[in-house]
Ligand binder design. Structure first.
Ligand code: PLP
Length: 396
């Protein structure tokens, strides 16, 4: 018996464990202090009423013989796929219902999509990066190359034309940097993929946070149907982090290496995935109803206001950052050229505020720090007040 030795190549990432340990140790040692966490990437507001109602009705269906549901299709019920297709229509994008695969979330699909690609493909990711893209490809034994996101490119890396990649992971709006690609940048990325006969895996899990005139789907940009797969999630859009639902779009015309990508993914899903439960799909469909869209926007606006409170303070302090505008994440340069962990410790000890050190997301994250807008409003205001006081003293 042999184990998959590629797992030996995974770099231990203790980021969140270390953040939790340092935070808990501090709280234990200072029980009188109120520590505010602005590091979390999880939502905090409850599901929208219309979503809860649909989930309750879906659950009630399971209680009666004539409405009971067993195994769902692995790619989702038609009513939900139609609803998602309708959402794309409102973006001016054509995605047929039968090009949509309903899933239990974007993380699974980002991690599993590699099943359909050969291990000898080269994978391009940005640095910093959402770690799932890297680790899932290391597990498969693929070579990974990096495109550096940095201050010069506004933490929205573009590929180097001299680098050849076969699979390209893009995340826009980006976790952790909060940057979002423009239509012009996406066109360059599509042209790069077409030239390299590559496939783009486009993760738009944070699409609901876009406020500027930016593409809300890669399929809004010409050429994407010939090179891209889009993965999205209801986690941040509608608070489904615990409920679990997302979707992946694969254009039926997308072919590589003499094979149809849609058919390969269908075969993969039919083999390894038994679908999303009836109550959750009912709840997900409610998100795309008129009332659902209105209600989820109220929650998004709440987080966006938090983001504004954080970014306005950084503006006042003259601290460089990306994100906040089209993203729940604010990615800031640590003051006085401090290291990420150095700033983490200072913020925890002096202001009792917790954030996420940037270097946990890649080498280019060194000296940067991620704050999130998913917290409670009053706590966000208080944390920002403390941050302002501390940094005003520090930057004097
Ligand atoms: N993609 C990105 C970029 C994320 O940051 C996250 C969660 O933080 C996910 C996907 C996970 O989404 P889901 O909850 O749908 O699995």
């Amino acid at each position: 018996m042999k184990i998959n030795k590629n797992f030996d190549n995974l770099v231990p990432n203790y980021l969140f464990a270390d953040v939790a340990k340092k935070t808990n140790d501090y709280i234990k040692a200072h029980p009188d202090k109120k520590v505010i966490k602005l590091g979390i990437g999880d939502v905090t507001l409850p599901l929208a009423p219309v979503v809860i109602e649909a989930m309750k009705n879906g659950t009630e269906d399971l209680a009666h013989k004539d409405t009971f549901k067993g195994y769902p299709d692995c790619d989702g019920y038609d009513f939900l796929r139609e609803a998602i297709s309708g959402y794309y229509k409102t973006l001016g994008v054509t995605v047929a219902a039968d090009e949509i695969f309903v899933s239990d979330g974007a993380k699974s699909d980002c991690g599993n999509i590699g099943d359909i690609f050969d291990k000898d493909n080269t994978v391009l990711v940005t640095d910093p990066v959402y770690p799932v893209y890297v680790d899932s490809n290391i597990m498969a034994g693929r070579k990974i190359v990096y495109a550096g996101s940095n201050k010069e490119n506004g933490f929205a890396a573009m590929p180097d034309d001299s680098v050849k990649a076969d699979i390209i992971y893009l995340c826009s709006p980006n976790n952790p940097t909060g940057s979002a690609y423009t239509a012009e940048q996406i066109k360059v990325l599509i042209d790069y993929a077409l030239k390299n006969v590559a496939v783009i895996i486009y993760d738009c899990s944070y699409v609901a946070f876009i406020t500027e005139d930016l593409p809300r789907s890669i399929f809004a940009v010409e050429g994407a149907h010939k090179c891209a797969v889009e993965i999205c999630s209801l986690s941040k859009t509608a608070g489904f982090t615990g409920t679990r639902c997302g979707y992946t779009v694969i254009p039926k015309e997308l072919e590589r290496d003499g094979h149809n990508i849609y058919s390969a993914w269908y075969r993969r899903q039919a083999t390894k995935f038994n679908g999303v439960s009836w109550p959750v799909q009912c709840a997900a469909a409610a998100v795309f109803s008129q009332e659902g869209q209105k209600q989820i926007k109220e929650n998004i606006s709440y987080y966006q206001e938090n983001a504004k409170i954080i970014s306005s303070a950084l503006d006042e302090l003259g601290i460089y950052y990306t994100g906040g505008k089209n993203s729940p994440y604010i990615w800031l340069k640590c003051p006085n050229n401090m290291g990420s962990w150095e700033f983490f410790d200072l913020l925890l000890n002096e202001a009792n505020v917790v954030g996420t050190p940037g270097e946990g997301f890649g080498a280019n994250g060194a000296g940067y720090f991620r704050l999130t807008s998913f917290g409670d409003r009053n706590n966000t205001i208080e944390a920002v007040d403390r941050l302002k006081k501390l940094l005003t003293k520090l930057l004097k």
